[in-house]
Design a protein around this ligand. Structure first.
Ligand SMILES: Cc1cc2nc3c(=O)[nH]c(=O)nc-3n(C[C@H](O)[C@H](O)[C@H](O)COP(=O)(O)OP(=O)(O)OC[C@H]3O[C@@H](n4cnc5c(N)ncnc54)[C@H](O)[C@@H]3O)c2cc1C
Length: 352
């Protein structure tokens, strides 16, 4: 067997939810040639395959996966000057937060608000990762992928990926077609940090009130984001009892202006945000869940809600994937019956 293949690997060991049965094989290739060999093996053995990074956005089935988990593990990061900007290229297996930290240390603006998001670089284009007023689509220049049908590498410009709120073609018509090999970001040397998000603005408001000319630098914004994330258990920290999760479990619902305005008339304190689509508005999934009667720390069997963040479903220790899904169904049903809004889960289901 190929040296980068391991048989019978538990998905619970490959995912931050820490649930999931065995996969037949784990392949950890580090080159296009090894990726090609892995896919040729899958074809010869007639086995399905599924790419993973750090498993921080996956809920894996208790039955496991009768196929090959492909964890592309090349992890180099390089920088090149281009027309006054810096192009940072990171291979799929690089740690996302290590990349963000390096760019901030080099005084490159564009990724600072995405500090502390668990996972690897290869996954960030899939759902157009975002937080605190930034999304990776704001800076992605191109994505290098391995075509699993033609067994060749190609470069996709960002425009081809059709990025949207926690979405891209990788989640739609390209699902299963490409394995991300590297991502290139266009970053701005000495650029000002992004301060568009309320929690971050609030973090610095006292200092700015005392000295209206003062603005935080990239490193100070990164530290603020890490602090805010820690207070919500939104950093992956094995010492935190809320850590077995996939971050926010639901997308913020995007609804027509008409529906949002109807809800706002009934619930005057309901948060409503603008979104990219002009005729639509974004609701807060966390607000809907709390107002449907769930509280932080709520428990159901061995699953539950984070004690710091009502939007994070957690495995309290030995939960099954089934228990997490049952809790999710309860939440979806209650929110639907109270507000007629259907919450959509964010994590990717594997092996169901
Ligand atoms: C505590 C916590 C906080 C979080 N906060 C945020 C947040 O603020 N914003 C946010 O957007 N997300 C957040 N997440 C979700 C998650 O961290 C991100 O989605 C992250 O990008 C997933 O990276 P990963 O390497 O773990 O991917 P995985 O979970 O391994 O995979 C996620 C998806 O990407 C696919 N994939 C992975 N690698 C590749 C590849 N090389 N090629 C093709 N497909 C691939 C997988 O098949 C799967 O469908 C959070 C998760 C946790 C646990």
């Amino acid at each position: 067997m190929l040296k980068y293949f391991r048989p019978n690997v538990l998905l619970s060991d490959l995912t931050t939810f820490a649930v999931g049965g065995p996969a037949l094989w784990l392949s950890s290739p580090v080159s296009a040639q090894e990726l090609k060999e892995t896919l040729e093996f899958a074809k010869a053995e007639n086995l399905p395959f599924y790419p993973v990074g750090a498993g921080s956005n996956i809920l894996a089935s208790d039955r496991g996966f009768k196929g090959i988990i492909i964890k592309y593990s090349a992890a180099e990061i390089s920088f090149a000057e281009d027309g006054g900007n810096i192009l940072a290229t990171a291979q799929a297996g690089a740690s996302w937060d290590a990349l963000v930290q390096t760019t901030v240390e080099r005084n490159l603006a564009g990724l600072e608000c995405l500090s502390g998001i668990p996972g690897n670089v290869g996954a960030v284009p899939i759902q157009n990762v975002g937080a605190y007023g930034q999304e990776v689509s704001n800076t992605i220049e191109s994505v290098e992928v391995f075509d699993t049908e033609k067994l060749e590498t190609l470069h996709l410009p960002a425009s081809a990926c059709e990025f949207a709120y926690r979405n891209s073609r990788f989640k739609r018509d390209w699902r299963g077609r490409y394995i991300v090999a590297s991502v290139t970001f266009r970053l701005h040397p000495h650029g000002a940090p992004n301060m568009r998000y309320q929690d971050i603005e609030r973090f610095f408001s006292d200092k700015i009130r005392m000295n209206p000319q003062w603005r935080p630098n990239l490193s100070e914004v990164r530290q603020a984001v890490l602090k805010v994330r820690r207070s919500k258990s939104m950093l992956y920290d094995p010492d935190n009892p809320n850590h077995r999760c996939a971050g926010s479990f639901y997308l913020n619902p995007i609804v027509s202006r008409h529906i949002a305005e109807g809800l706002a008339r009934e619930y005057s304190d309901m948060p409503i945000f603008p979104c990219e689509q002009k005729d639509k508005l974004k609701l807060s999934a966390a607000w809907l869940i709390e107002h449907a009667g769930f509280t932080k720390g709520y428990k159901f069997k061995r699953a539950g809600l984070s004690s710091d963040h009502v939007l994070a479903l957690i495995n309290t220790g030995r939960a099954s994937a089934q228990e997490i899904l049952e809790l999710s169904e309860q939440i979806i049903a209650k929110v639907n019956s109270k507000f007629s809004i259907s919450l959509v889960p964010e994590p990717n289901l594997l092996g169901f």
